[in-house]
Design a protein around this ligand. Structure first.
Ligand code: AN0
Ligand code: CP
Length: 347
């Protein structure tokens, strides 16, 4: 679909050239890791909502194309919704669980491989690229070395060595398919042009990555919302994602007048205690009393969620909870991304 027109009348030529640029800059997609990869975010949400109206409209686009999904970590939603999105587009899918049935992979360069790892990522990645057209990768932060996690060294190697478009199915530092689905959900449920969206930290017994809150902040900062983050002191996220967002350390104050409450736990980002749990105060659990401070806010969470730790049964089971339609939109966010990647590799 790449037109090059020589001669012709000027008006047509200009429109074709504009189409060429539009096509390449707005829809050309070789990676999906952060909000910028979508280009104009309003257009992307519009496209997603169009796809949702008829999710099988592009069934021919993925014919004879193969998606490889590579999981270094567990998943329920990402695994199912990504596969479903690919099937909607007529693609074939292959799922590889690195920790179940594949050779154990060495990920560091220059290592003498006389231990328990049989294969290096540097051979494995180009081999994987031979069998597919697009690759999705899930590889969580190890939370041991901040520099290593924030370099996204696993995803970056897939981008560099696979020869294929690569998208994150939650990397070490971002989860863009989730945040895109969250934005689509907010667009569907908002009842005012500029809703107040509050992302609230909540307790969790295990140290979790910052990928989900990073991406949610990344997307909300580009969306038409009044965005507030509330968390205990010491839980400040990477300023590259927080940017100009308002931070309110008082959770109850942050909840006042909110239209959406987005709950999530994350571990400490700061250098001194990177990847650790600094607070397990149950006062941060989201309960009905706190929800009453809001403007009848919708409750959101990416799932999986620990009930009565992050959020009470009462809140997650209430009509205000939109966690299921939010999860359902994972199929739509992924289909939009895969559609754009497929368009980019068509000749
Ligand atoms: C993961 C996380 O917080 O990054 C995945 C969320 C989609 N959550 C858990 O490990 C519980
Ligand atoms: N929200 C999300 O990504 O869920 P999974 O970890 O189950 O894929």
């Amino acid at each position: 679909m790449r037109h090059v027109v020589l001669g012709w009348n000027k008006e047509y030529e200009t429109s074709v050239i504009l189409h060429y640029f539009y096509y390449n800059f707005e829809h050309y997609m070789k990676t999906f890791i952060q909000v910028n990869d979508l280009g104009d975010l309003k257009l992307a949400v519009k496209e997603a909502l169009e796809i949702k109206k008829n999710r099988f409209a592009y069934k021919k686009l993925g014919e004879d194309k193969t998606l490889l999904m590579v999981f270094f970590n567990s998943s329920l939603r990402t695994r199912l919704s990504t596969q479903k999105a690919a099937m909607n587009l007529g693609m074939n899918t292959i799922v590889l669980d690195i920790n179940q049935g594949a050779w154990r992979l060495e990920t560091e360069k220059g290592v003498i491989m006389d231990g328990d790892k049989s294969e290096h990522l540097l051979e494995a990645i180009p081999v994987m690229g031979c069998y597919c057209d697009i690759i999705g990768v899930r590889s969580f932060a190890r939370l041991e070395n901040k520099e290593e996690d924030y370099s996204e060294y696993i995803l970056q190697q897939f981008i560099q060595y696979s020869g294929r478009p690569v998208f994150s199915m939650e990397g070490a530092t971002t989860h863009p398919l989730q945040a895109f689905a969250d934005l689509i959900t907010i667009e569907e449920f908002r009842d005012k042009p500029r809703p107040k969206v509050v992302m609230s930290w909540a307790p969790h017994p295990k140290a979790l990555p910052q990928a989900v809150p990073n991406s949610f902040a990344d997307f909300m900062n580009e969306a038409d919302v009044d965005f507030v983050i509330t968390h205990p002191e010491g839980y400040e996220l990477d300023p590259r994602f927080v940017r100009g967002a308002k931070i309110e350390y008082n959770q109850e104050k942050a909840f006042e007048g909110a239209d959406f409450i987005y709950a999530k736990n994350w571990s400490i980002f700061a250098d001194d205690h990177y990847g650790q749990i600094g607070c397990s105060d149950k006062k941060w659990t989201i309960d009905a009393a706190k929800m009453r401070l809001t403007n009848h806010a919708k409750f959101m969470h990416c799932l999986p969620v620990r009930r009565n730790v992050i959020v009470t049964d009462e809140v997650i089971e209430s009509p205000q909870s939109i966690v299921i339609p939010e999860a359902a939109n994972r199929e739509i966010s992924c289909e939009t991304v895969l559609k754009r990647m497929l368009e980019s590799i068509q000749e």
